[in-house]
Design a protein around this ligand. Structure first.
Ligand SMILES: Cc1cc2nc3c(=O)[nH]c(=O)nc-3n(C[C@H](O)[C@H](O)[C@H](O)COP(=O)(O)OP(=O)(O)OC[C@H]3O[C@@H](n4cnc5c(N)ncnc54)[C@H](O)[C@@H]3O)c2cc1C
Length: 451
């Protein structure tokens, strides 16, 4: 393999496994402190879409598998699990058309940067819940973002994608041109068969009065909290995001019931919060309602998931009652080996209907996610075992998982990330667009196989 041929054709850089810096550079690609056992032989730091095409042609010519890498945030470190990683970290262009309320964003643009740029112009988008996550894999997997009950999962605000396909061609796919590629690029996640080099988005008018109220409860109040949440959320507008965050505490799990309202005016926010407060069980502590613009939302959520810690994460969609899911999550958190771990239970009974126009096809009225977070390698088995037991406890009540937060390392995954129809369609498209299996990875077909 003559890697110098590739190096000479790139505007960006190539790092091979023969270089002393390779191991450190490879590990740095993955956000999780727990690094994958396998390292890619070649790391291509793409400087532009043409670099991506050159890398793909080289990989195809040399029989290498390829993984695109946006920010390396997928918790299983899947972005490094191929012979060649194409690192898109330098593709960070962001262009707004304020009048038309549209944007062209390159993969490395983060939630935090996007939020700041949009806010400046009175615009918004269903951005993810943590500032450091880039658009790259976030949009490709579906995008479970802020105010997604009202604005929809983020991938449904993608109007076109610029993609380098397995044959090295660069195409723009939308609802009329390369429509199958466009369908797949909204939800396929790591099982997509190309490299997205830019997304075209529709934006929302900013909400001027985003406000949050937090009520803190002991674990014993879980069912009362769930009953109250179901009652008020049945009447709440879609602009309310209701999440219970469960963390371990010295006297058992602690629940923080968080209602974030994306209102246009303070008066509207006040009215909605007042309605949400009706029947709330007596809390240990009540914080807010208080203003929570996007910057504040990130300041509040980012510290829960610090970089450098070891993570194992899985998620589940359910049509079950909120209390059933929350009750099982609380039981799981009571057994958490690490005090840093946490869980989220999101009640989405007020969400708008999700269109059936994209690969993204698993969702539900309740979203649950477990985050095992710990410090030492010697505790890996205990924490991953706890995570899997926790998901197994939820599985009988669940219809699927979210690929962006799925435990793709798990060989015996029960919860699929796509519907059976979408998985079958994606498998056909993969064979058509990537017949040599350039983007084949070892998690395939476990993550999305049709049932
Ligand atoms: C702290 C934290 C908070 C999070 N919060 C949220 C949240 O609120 N909502 C939510 O929906 N998700 C959330 N996630 C999950 C996150 O959206 C996914 O893990 C997503 O994959 C991250 O994007 P990435 O580009 O870093 O992915 P990477 O890990 O870089 O890539 C994962 C895989 O996706 C594919 N891929 C990535 N980019 C491209 C591309 N441009 N073209 C083709 N394939 C590509 C590749 O197959 C790659 O192997 C969070 C993750 C973390 C770590």
């Amino acid at each position: 393999m003559h890697t110098e041929i590739l190096q000479n054709r790139l505007r960006g850089a190539l790092i091979t496994s023969l270089e002393p810096r390779h191991a450190a550079e490879s590990d740095a690609l993955i956000w999780n402190g727990r690094k994958p056992a396998r390292r890619a032989r070649l790391i291509v730091r793409a400087a532009c879409a043409e670099d991506v095409a050159e890398a793909i042609r080289f990989a195809a010519g040399n029989g290498l598998t390829v993984s695109p890498r946006g920010g390396g945030h997928q918790f299983t470190g899947i972005a490094a699990q191929a012979d060649m990683v194409i690192d898109l970290g330098a593709l960070d262009g962001l262009t707004l058309d304020v009048g038309r309320r549209t944007a062209r964003v390159e993969p490395a643009v983060t939630n935090l940067r996007m939020a700041a740029a949009l806010e400046r112009h009175g615009l918004a988008f269903p951005l993810g819940h943590c500032g450091s996550v880039p658009m790259s894999g976030y949009l490709l997997g579906g995008g479970v973002g802020w105010n997604s009950a009202e604005w929809g999962f983020a991938c449904f605000s993608v109007t076109a994608v610029e993609v380098v396909l397995a044959d090295g061609s660069l195409v723009t796919a939308n609802a009329t041109d390369h429509a199958e590629v466009y369908w797949a690029a909204r939800g396929a996640g790591p099982d997509f068969f190309g490299v997205v080099t830019a997304y075209h988005l529709t934006l929302q008018p900013a909400r001027r009065a985003i406000t949050t109220a937090i009520r803190v409860y002991p674990a014993s109040a879980a069912l009362a909290v769930a009953h109250w949440a179901e009652t008020v959320m049945a009447k709440a507008p879609a602009s309310v995001e209701f999440t219970t965050k469960v963390t371990p505490g010295p006297d058992g799990p602690v629940l923080a019931a968080i209602a974030t309202v994306f209102a246009g005016t303070e008066a509207e926010a006040g009215t909605i919060h007042a309605a949400l407060a009706v029947g709330a069980p007596e809390a240990l502590q009540v914080i807010g309602p208080m203003p929570a613009p996007f910057a504040a939302l990130y300041e509040a959520s980012d510290p829960s998931m610090p970089k450098g810690r070891r993570y194992a994460v899985d998620s589940a969609w359910s049509e079950a009652g909120y209390g059933e899911i929350l009750g099982r999550i609380v039981k799981t958190m009571a057994q958490a080996p690490s005090g840093d771990s946490m869980a989220l239970a999101v009640l989405r009974s007020n969400a708008v209907t999700t269109p059936e126009t994209a690969a993204f096809s698993r969702h539900g009225r309740v979203f649950g996610a477990l985050y095992a977070i710990w410090a030492d390698e010697e505790d890996d088995a205990e924490n991953t075992g706890w995570l899997r037991a926790g998901i197994d406890r939820l599985t009988p009540l669940c219809t699927g998982a979210y690929v962006g937060e799925a435990d793709l390392d798990r060989p015996d995954r029960a919860l699929r990330t796509l519907s059976a129809e979408a998985a079958e369609r994606l498998a056909i498209l993969r064979r058509r667009y990537d017949p040599a299996g350039l983007f084949h990875r070892r998690s395939w077909p476990a993550a999305v196989a049709a049932e």
